[in-house]
Each structure stands twice: as structure tokens, then as C-alpha cells.
Design a protein around this ligand. Structure first.
Ligand code: MN
Length: 403
């Protein structure tokens, strides 16, 4: 697209991105905006001024009403925005509805309905298998036949910037005779990509891989905070519970799939062949480059393109039993880890279960998170016209456990 906008080189939010979020400004009610360079485009008054059909959805304090409108409306609004940004004649109007991001507070962008977390990086699954089950096969027998996942806690999904209190709970180290209670001593992160459902599906009806784009609006960044000591003791046989449910952070901007079309890649070849309902009908691997910073030091650069299970397959799997989709459902990819040691998406893997400390720029070393530590995950993707599409960041700081 040609545009009159003058977004600085290197901004995550060029006019080819147009991610949606919810912002509050100057004491006014939170409402929907689109990130453009260093500004937020205030959609509600702009849509009202232009008489945009359905534009009232942008007055909402969440993206859900817009998400529920579905693919034709998402495309129509995007085309409308592109037209405004292409034609110089709209410049004054648009500029009158730009607010500097430095003056707004970004809110949780959508009301999370259900939250599912997958486990779809083969490198991550193999690393975890080697760490926790050194005498067994790294991958469980089901791993290449279905995208393994669990249901997380939607109510504790928080927006980037929200501080995370260190969780307390039960743990039992292997050499201890009995469990004890206290603050987690192995608090970790998981760098992931989340997919946001807009259009619901009826209960009892499976959603095929080919309908991915009709249901899923876009993607965001997810940090699945994980208390490894709590998790290790509680997870057999039903899976993650309190070691995960205390907090999950998401980035404030949801990048539309329409902004990620240039980032599509074929997912890895799958052998053995998957069952029919999991067969891919289109390329929905995504060439996203993640970066993890620990107190400002970049400690890992996980590549998303190699994820074994792609989001269209995850969607088909999570509905194949007839489970319905709801507007605002969030499903996360699972920890994104690549084949190299500098591409691991969790500190469990980066420190190899605490045996290989990570050195930060200030000379200090880490295995798991200390109180006061801050973690930030960012991501970039190739965009249209040679631009780069940024996801912004999901950032969080650890507060001490409550007494
Ligand atoms: Mn996870």
C-alpha cells in the first residue's frame, strides 16, 4: 500500500500491520484503538464521523463485539482503514484522532472466554522430556498424532505490564520424604504465540482446518508463567493446574491474520501422517521471530516457523469432539523453542533445569526467576511491501510472594 503516514523505520506498527487493542486515555472510558507508529488511532469517533457500518463496536471496552462480527466485517474495516491511510485527503481527519501511545493505558484487549494451551514445539517437548524423563523416549507416544494441550484459567489472563505475584503452593523435591508448602522456588516463563477466536461454533460440530480463517481473528504474544516445582508435583496424572493458573500474560495488541499473510509458511512435514481431520488445507505455519529479554538482556530468539503443529490443526483438534468455540477464546501455541540452545523458549530449558546458569548483562546469573525480575517477549514477522510487522511486547515483573 502507498500511504501518507510517516511511521518511523523500525516501528512495530507500520500501516501494513494495524493491530487492535483497547486503550484508556485522559480519564475517558476504555475503547478500541489501532496502533499506528507511536500512536493509537481512536476508532470510535473516527467511525462515527465517517458513518462506518457497525462502528459502535469500537466504543466497547473489549474487542469482543468486533471479533464477533466475523471475517467479512474484519475485512471491511481493514479496507476502510487502508483507504483512509492511503488518501492524503483523509489525513487531517485521521490525524485528529491519533493519541500518542505514551499518553494511554493499554488494557486487556479482549474478554478471554476459554483458554487452551498447547505443547506444539517438538524441540520444547523433547527438551522437557530429556530433562524430566531421562530414561524414557523424549516424546510421548501420542505427541506426533495429536496436538497435546490442556485447559488453562481464562480469568487470570492479564495484559502486559501487570505485575505477577510469585505463587505459593505444594512441592515435593524427588529427594524429600513429604511435600511442603511455600513460595515457588522455580518460577519460569514460557514464550508463546496466542490465537484469538472471533466467530463462535455450535456445540456438537467440529471445525475443520479449512475454516481456521473464518473463526480466528488474529494473534498476540503470550507468557505462560509456570511454577516448575508446583507443576512437577501436581501434574500426574491430569496435567497442569496451580503451577500455571496464577497468571498468564498477553500482549496488548492483537495482530490480524490479514497482516500476517506474507508471514505464512508451510509447517514442518509430518511423519507419521496425521489423521484426516488434522490434515492441513493451507499453509498456516507463521514465520515469526521471537525474542526474550531477561532484565533487559536478550537471552533467546525462538523461531515460530518450525512449530510442528500449526494453529489451523490446533483449532480442528480442540473442536473435533464437538466442543464449541466462543468469541474471545484464546489458544496458545505452547512454548516456542528452536533446535539451538539460544532458541529455547523457557528458562527451564535455557538453564537446563537449573544446571547451566544464564549470565545477564550486569554479570549476575540466573536459573529461574528472582523477585523483581522483568521478562519481555517481542516478535516480528515479514509484512506486505517489504515492511516488518511487530507484535509489540508482553512484559511482566515478578513481585515477592504474599505472606
Ligand atoms: Mn505453556
Amino acid at each position: 500500500m502507498s500511504t501518507w503516514t510517516e511511521v518511523p523505520e523500525g516501528s512495530p506498527f507500520p500501516a501494513t500491520n494495524l493491530p487492535y487493542g483497547v486503550f484508556s486515555y485522559d480519564g475517558e472510558a476504555p475503547r478500541v484503538g489501532v496502533a499506528l507508529g507511536g500512536d493509537v488511532l481512536d476508532l470510535a469517533p473516527l467511525a462515527a464521523a465517517e458513518g462506518l457500518d457497525g462502528g459502535h463496536v469500537f466504543e466497547s471496552p473489549s474487542l469482543n463485539p468486533f471479533l464477533a462480527m466475523g471475517r467479512p466485517a474484519w475485512s471491511a474495516v481493514r479496507s476502510w482503514l487502508v483507504e483512509l491511510l492511503e488518501h492524503e485527503g483523509y489525513r487531517d481527519l485521521v490525524e485528529s484522532h491519533l493519541v500518542p501511545q505514551s499518553e494511554v493505558t493499554l488494557q486487556l484487549p479482549f474478554e478471554v472466554a476459554d483458554y487452551v494451551d498447547f505443547y506444539s514445539s517438538q524441540h520444547h517437548a523433547e527438551n522437557v522430556g530429556r530433562i524430566f524423563r531421562p530414561d524414557a523416549e523424549a516424546l510421548t507416544p501420542n505427541w506426533k498424532h495429536l496436538p497435546i494441550g490442556y485447559h488453562g484459567r481464562a480469568g487470570t489472563v492479564v495484559v502486559s505490564g501487570t505485575e505477577v505475584v510469585r505463587p505459593s503452593g505444594q512441592r515435593k523435591p524427588p529427594d524429600a520424604d513429604s511435600p511442603s508448602y511455600g513460595p515457588s522456588v522455580r518460577l519460569d516463563i514460557e514464550a508463546e504465540v496466542g490465537f484469538v477466536v472471533g466467530v463462535p461454533s455450535p456445540q456438537g460440530v467440529a471445525v475443520p482446518t479449512s475454516d481456521f480463517r473464518q473463526h480466528v481473528f488474529g494473534a498476540c504474544l503470550v507468557n505462560d508463567w509456570s511454577a516448575r516445582d508446583l507443576q512437577a508435583w501436581e501434574y500426574v496424572p491430569l496435567g497442569p493446574f496451580l503451577g500455571k493458573s496464577f497468571a498468564t500474560s498477553v500482549s496488548p495488541w492483537v495482530v490480524p491474520l490479514d497482516a500476517l499473510l506474507e508471514a505464512r509458511v508451510a509447517g514442518p512435514a509430518q511423519e507419521p501422517a496425521v489423521l484426516g481431520y488434522l490434515e492441513r488445507q493451507a499453509d498456516w505455519g507463521l514465520d515469526l521471530s521471537l525474542e526474550i529479554s531477561w532484565n533487559g538482556t536478550v537471552v533467546s530468539r525462538p523461531p515460530f516457523a518450525g512449530m510442528y503443529w500449526t494453529p489451523d490443526q490446533q483449532l480442528a483438534h480442540l473442536t473435533v469432539n464437538g466442543a464449541s468455540l466462543r468469541t474471545g477464546d484464546l489458544y496458545a501455541s505452547g512454548t516456542v523453542s528452536g533446535p539451538e540452545s539460544g532458541q529455547r523458549g523457557s528458562f527451564l530449558e535455557l538453564s537446563w533445569n537449573g544446571t547451566e546458569p544464564v549470565t545477564l548483562a550486569d554479570g549476575s546469573t540466573r536459573t529461574f526467576l528472582e523477585d523483581g525480575d522483568e521478562v519481555s517477549v517481542t516478535a516480528w514477522a515479514p509484512g506486505a511491501d517489504g515492511t516488518r510487522i511487530g507484535f509489540g511486547a508482553v512484559t511482566g515483573r515478578v513481585l515477592p510472594a504474599r505472606p
